[in-house]
Design a protein. Sequence first.
Length: 466
Amino acid sequence: MPLTMSFLTEDQIDLIERTAFRIMDEIGMQVEEPATLAALQKAGARCDEASGRVRLSEAQIRDAMAQTPKQIRLTSSTDRELLTGAGRQFWGSLIADPIVADFHEGNRPPRLSDVERHALLGDYLPRVSYIYLMDNVYSDLPRRQARPASIANFFSHMTKHAVCAPMTPADAAIWLDMAEIVAGGQSLAERPVLSVTISPLSPLRLDHECCASTRLACARGATFWALSMPLVGVSGPFTLAGTAALQLAETFFMITLIQTLRPGIQTVSCAGSWPVNLATGGVSPGSAERVLVSSAIAQVHRRYGWPTYNGSFSTDVITLDVQNGAERALQALAALMPVDLLMGLGSLGAGNAVSPELIVMDHDWIETLDRIAAGVRVDEETVALEAVRRVGPGGDFTADDLTLKLLRSGEYYFGGSFDRPSKPGEEVGWYQRAHERAERIIATHQPAVPARVKDDLARYAARMLS
């Protein structure tokens, strides 16, 4: 029983789409790299070489849409495989952010060991299908060692699909080199173990580094995640509908660019945005408007049939308090949006922090949502007439045959780390239980990463660091 959430009518989607086409046709994108400009001009875009402004016609955009695969295949070092487009959502967990919310130490900068710990968690949890490692610095590593050391550690401790967002073309090259090691000599188009996320600089600008990273990712065949995410009221218009139109226009541009560079390349589009609280200047991923604008964008993107992704679970606050829980519950509505891939298990603090306990707790949320989506089974067996006949007036169903038969059938979900005490006063707390479970997983889980992959990654990292 799929659960869905929608706010826009078809007429409203039509208006957003028309506006996005007009933005690309009348205003265009600022492109700041000659090679990218030349590729677009050769493909028929209207380019002003002096200013770098690129304008696209609706026909050119629709040609690119026609080349964009409607289903993609993602895999990993052990050939775990997921296929989008089958009506099932896939969830992704996080590895590192600028802050780690440590159970014992409080908020601190990330260390290299966090990469291993959080990769093990994501690898173990069954509803995590892919894992995202942000390019970061680590308090126990020199900056120049951060990229090769963290990527080698990441790939060596998980067997799920990897997602990255390289900060520079040099970082992109390291990611692609190491992903090709994981792919065992096959190209990333043949064995898609890595997705590369690259974003224009909203509004309507693609700088030299974004262009170079995009060309490199396309040349190497990595699955491309087109991340347009204008911030409502700052890098996007103040209105939710205006930001949705700008986001779609930038997506149209990125789709056209990457299909120009490599026709048929596997592509995923971002279907979300974050509002900004103009009173404080802070982004507000935990807000109701985040749900509204992201759901609207997701509805529009669903029209084109290409795979989409969006964030989930993040909160405005970094404290693990009632507001954090309330915002996570609100952002869990992302599961009702028409998107294929959802990102963000463990995120808090407006996307600036990650908590290993929250990775586990968010996974509990997902399993709960799965149970709700499964609905109520109603058939001759489950309406339980014979059970009622057996037990009769004043009886007890605890040991009835139907109870024993269906006890582990999934009729009830009491799993995860939720604290479900038998009586008041025995509570341990969800956070404490999630911490204990996370530590057990980290201490005992052994991912089946091939020895060849680990050895080759270590050698590559050593060469980069020498």
